[in-house]
Design a protein around this ligand. Structure first.
Ligand code: MG
Length: 158
């Protein structure tokens, strides 16, 4: 068994929708980034790579590479997952937390879970997604930023 932690933060700016967990959520802000700025998929990607002891998302997909501009984070996650599988590891489960003051994520959590399961070709019960606010303070609470964390447990396939 191997465990990995992924964390990510993106700035928010005016204009929706909000890309999160591979889906577009209706909102009046979106996350800013070199790729599609999907903070949750980036955290999941880094958790998987970290658990496998592989180079992190910034090394794998540098923001100095024009090929990564506006890149679909689902595709990056799939490539990272393939690298993880190639070193003989598979996902046991993922536990994720998103910190966002707005929008309320409860109505979208199941869709996000299903989308991540589809991206990784695993079962939805291998993924949990929780949502927290910033309690109205700090960058998250003041809606300047969105954050995500993910813990991944992997096991040997052999
Ligand atoms: Mg990121």
């Amino acid at each position: 068994m191997r465990i990995g932690l992924g964390e990510d933060t993106h700035r928010l700016t005016d204009g929706g929708p909000l890309r999160l967990g591979g889906i577009d959520i209706p909102h009046d802000k979106h996350a800013v980034g070199h790729s599609d700025a999907d903070v949750l998929l980036h955290a999941v990607t880094d958790a998987l790579l970290g658990a496998a002891g592989l180079p992190d998302i910034g090394q794998l997909f540098p923001n100095t590479d024009e090929a990564n501009r506006d890149r679909d984070s689902a595709e990056m996650l799939q490539l990272a997952h393939r690298n993880v599988n190639q070193v003989g590891l598979q996902i046991v489960n993922l536990d994720c937390v998103v910190a966002a003051q707005q929008p309320k994520l409860a109505p979208h959590k199941e869709d996000i879970r299903q989308r991540i399961a589809d991206i990784l070709a695993i079962a939805t019960d291998q993924i949990n997604v929780k949502a927290k606010t910033g309690e109205g303070v700090g960058p998250v609470g003041e809606q300047q930023a969105i954050e995500a964390r993910c813990v991944a447990l992997l096991e040997n396939t052999s």
